[in-house]
Design a protein around this ligand. Structure first.
Ligand code: AMP
Length: 504
């Protein structure tokens, strides 16, 4: 049997392939036939490039139906999809391209100059834009080139353990790690979620999440593709626009920030959500206030789930049965989740410990980092998530913190270490500490505390402007504070908890 993820999707496409698979905000419709034919054309193009069987196709493009089709084409042709956050700048992109050595890079036309330069230097042979004309010509665009290819393609045979995608997760100690996900990781998780969330025949998914992250690319898109359900495919989340589409939708998935913003819409009430079946939240903690207020306003109980790039989804509140606010729910079928103490002994109910997970959803390791991979697995094969939590007496898991010091702002992960190293390179800076402080809209706001050399003057605005030029916007601190020194414990470690209290 062919374990290719695309083959699984194709076997669940609706009988009537002229029906709508994706509808856009500007009135475009893509039928299932369109998706099948366009992905075949692109797969034929990719297959004609003479790539290695495990060639990486790195993609940094704005969200569009064509971007999703490129993902499907890459999988279909048997290559490895590597999505990159659209906010990444040159220093970030260089690292990913040098590390992953993609044979194909697809980028936005406005970034073509610098991305192509980085890619060609790293040995990438093929650099394209996706669909937009390049300096008035669109000969370099992948879509334009794909037109010349046949619209049928025999989906490449893959084994379950073959790699389908690499998702880069920022590393706490500097380097980002590429999580290698297999066809089986993605297929098994999509099948489990189809059952767990009771996907139904007439579901319509309102898709507003980005396509470079596990939530939008896998959880949301896979759910609809595997169920043959239409997606209303919006380029980004916009609360007012979501309000307009809710009456035509049954399923919505978002990060907590989206729910905070929806609650600011005066029109959000039971009537507006009358046709809705399911609201899912994840990627960051959903505040109990948001959870309760959403129920009060709409009559719907948000279903919170927990996953990560390395494991896709592992824990979810139930579809039927109690959805408990402040918890991420119960382990999904087939996924083994445990909470353990430092010596790996299981914690009792309500006891806090490290969350570890094992199952068909767990990735096969970090790209070209065998030692790091070995470190992150226990002797008995559990992956150390880096999250800290506890099970309650009913078996519901709550996440209480992160041992890896990660900041999650608006659903995006920011690793303090990375931002600190950028700040520390600025002239006049002695050292810095980057922390997350509670923020009503973003969950956490990135905040920097900087110690300057004597006599040096730097302004908050100046530091922010310098960082904005170098790193993705979501990572740039919202506030910058200057301090005489950083608080340290006896081991010399910066006490970030003290800083968090001081600056929250
Ligand atoms: P990512 O790899 O970007 O998906 O980030 C994974 C991390 O996001 C996890 O290790 C958790 O720390 C966090 N996360 C995901 N879902 C939730 C949730 N529902 N509640 C709290 N944290 C979450």
């Amino acid at each position: 049997m062919n374990a290719n993820l695309y083959a699984l999707f194709a076997s669940h496409f609706p009988e009537d392939k002229s029906s709508c698979c994706m509808e856009t905000h500007d009135g475009r419709y893509y039928s299932w036939d369109d998706v099948e034919r366009a992905s075949a054309k692109m797969a034929n193009l990719l297959a004609g490039l003479g790539l290695q069987p495990d060639a990486r196709v790195a993609v940094q493009v704005e969200k569009s139906p064509e971007a999703l089709i490129l993902y499907l084409a890459t999988i279909r042709a048997g290559y490895v999809y590597l999505p990159l956050n659209t906010a990444y700048r040159a220093s970030e992109i260089s690292y990913f391209i040098e590390d992953a050595e993609p044979e194909v890079v697809v980028c936005s036309p406005q970034n073509f100059g610098w991305v192509a330069q980085i890619a060609f230097k790293a040995g990438t042979k093929h650099v394209y834009t996706l669909d937009a004309p390049l300096e008035g010509r669109n000969s370099g665009s992948l879509l334009n080139r794909a037109m010349a290819y046949a619209d049928t393609f025999r989906t490449v045979h893959k084994e379950p353990e073959d790699m389908a995608a690499i998702l880069y997760t920022s590393g706490t100690t500097g380097r980002s790690k590429g999580a290698m996900l297999t066809h089986d990781n993605l297929s098994s998780n999509a099948l489990v979620l189809k059952e767990a969330w009771h996907w139904q025949k007439n579901d319509v998914l309102l898709h507003t999440l980005p396509l470079f992250h596990v939530h939008g690319l896998f959880v949301a898109s896979h759910g609809a593709l595997l169920n043959g359900s239409k997606m209303i495919f919006l380029p980004k989340f916009d609360a007012a626009q979501v309000m307009r589409y809710l009456p035509r939708t049954t399923v919505f998935m978002g990060v907590p920030t989206y729910y905070v913003r929806l609650l600011q819409e005066p029109g959000l009430d039971q009537d507006a959500c009358a046709g809705m079946r399911l609201f899912v939240s994840g990627s960051a903690p959903l505040l109990l206030d948001t959870f309760s207020e959403f129920t009060r306003r709409t009559g719907h109980t948000i279903l919170e789930r927990y996953g990560m790039s390395e494991t896709t989804m592992q824990v979810s509140n139930p579809y039927t049965g109690k959805r408990k606010g402040g918890t991420v729910g119960l382990p999904l079928p087939g996924v083994d989740v445990r909470v353990v103490k430092a010596d790996n002994a299981a914690c009792a109910a309500d006891e806090i410990g490290d969350i570890q997970v094992k199952g068909p959803n767990v990735f096969k390791g970090y790209w070209r980092m065998p030692e790091k991979t070995a470190e992150e697995f226990t002797a008995d094969g559990y992956f150390r998530t880096g999250d800290v939590g506890r099970f309650d007496t009913d078996g519901y898991l709550s996440i209480v913190g992160r041992s890896k010091d990660l900041i999650i702002t608006g659903g995006y992960n920011v690793y303090p270490k990375e931002i600190e190293s950028f700040i520390d390179e600025m002239p006049g800076v002695v050292e810095s500490a980057v922390i997350g402080v509670p923020h009503a809209e973003f969950g956490e706001a990135v905040t920097a505390v900087i110690v300057l050399k004597p006599g040096v003057q730097l302004s908050e605005a100046g530091v922010i402007a310098t960082l904005k030029a170098g790193i993705a916007n979501f990572k740039v601190p919202k506030r910058v504070h200057f301090a005489e020194e950083l608080p340290r414990n006896t081991m010399g470690k910066v006490q970030k908890n003290v800083l968090r209290e001081l600056y929250q």
